[in-house]
Design a protein around this ligand. Sequence first.
Ligand code: UDP
Length: 376
Amino acid sequence: MQILLCFGTRPEAIKMAPLYHELKKNNLDVKVCVTAQHREMLDQVLDFFDIVPDYDLNLMQHNQTLNILSANILSKIDEVLTAVKPDLVLVHGDTTTSAMVALAAFHLAIKVGHVEAGLRTYNKNAPFPEEINRQFTSRIADIHFTPTAAATQNLLKEGIIEATIVETGNTVIDALLWTIDKIEDEHYSHLEIENLKKILPANKKIVLVTGHRRENFGEGFINLCDALLSVSARDDVAIVYPVHLNPNVKDVVYEKLANKDNIYLVPPVSYPAFVWLMQQSYLIVTDSGGIQEEAPTLGKPVLVTRTVSERPEGVIDGFSILVGTEQQIIKDNIVAILDYFAGFKNPINPYGQGDASHKIVTFLLNQNQNEDTGSC
Ligand code: UDP
């Protein structure tokens, strides 16, 4: 069975990396195509996980509209699919890359497997364009690898055939556990982590912050920065913020928070450095999906700067709180955690235990065997 993995952004690469290695370990014929929708942040991940793409469409352009990006992906991936003729294309989550690659594969009658399928807000504007990308990909996919029972239920309610849904957990936990093992190995040394150790003060509570969502551009990011500024007046706090490269984020954050006491702005850090930062943190403030999924494994509380999340499990289990983007509400919640949070007792991560890639590959191997022997 020839399998083609296609992805374009940092979070997709992190979540597809363990799957790539698991497919290789099982001697499956696997090729990788990146669209490089995020160039620099994607390359950091490829380096760390030792993945050399077979095809690199290099489609990142400054200020590219979603329509131009979509058109470019469709036309370039067509050439790759036609050349490779895979039996199965695996795409991930909710990016424009995933939706367009799925469409191109469908046009060529190539089967599509959707990893991290079934997440929903059912609000087409939140997040935009991700919610429509993931719904669109579900309409096309032949196999749906869901991370949780809630995601499975969403697909069943939409009429997806049960036999095509495989509940696996989220591969991000595989990537996280692999990375923790690596950075905790006494023989491993990472320059970025060493540098962070030098700049971050000891004995302060670290508030780790990230953000990148279009729905928060403008007022949302301004309010977040104002909330962080007021928290930074406390002497017991160090706010560490790896700032996303999108100018809609970067310009506002640097204008409001550069050179302020107790605030450390850094460019996006590599995955091992970010995992290390999460380990050091007292709490995390983010609009990121992946971080909501990773934090329970590390026992770190997350304040989600959104009003909806397609990842309700963490909120229901008490690992994360949806705080929106009102300055006072963000500030009050940060302060409440800094002053009163005493740790989670025996946290069990609702998003997975680190065996998702294994489950996906086991399913594919069984399916391959059934096809070879003509069963099913
Ligand atoms: N991450 C990283 N470096 C950073 C910030 C985040 O490696 O400076 C990782 C983080 O651990 C998570 C992923 O990037 O696995 C999340 O990416 P992002 O927030 O961009 O996207 P989302 O998860 O919301 O799709």
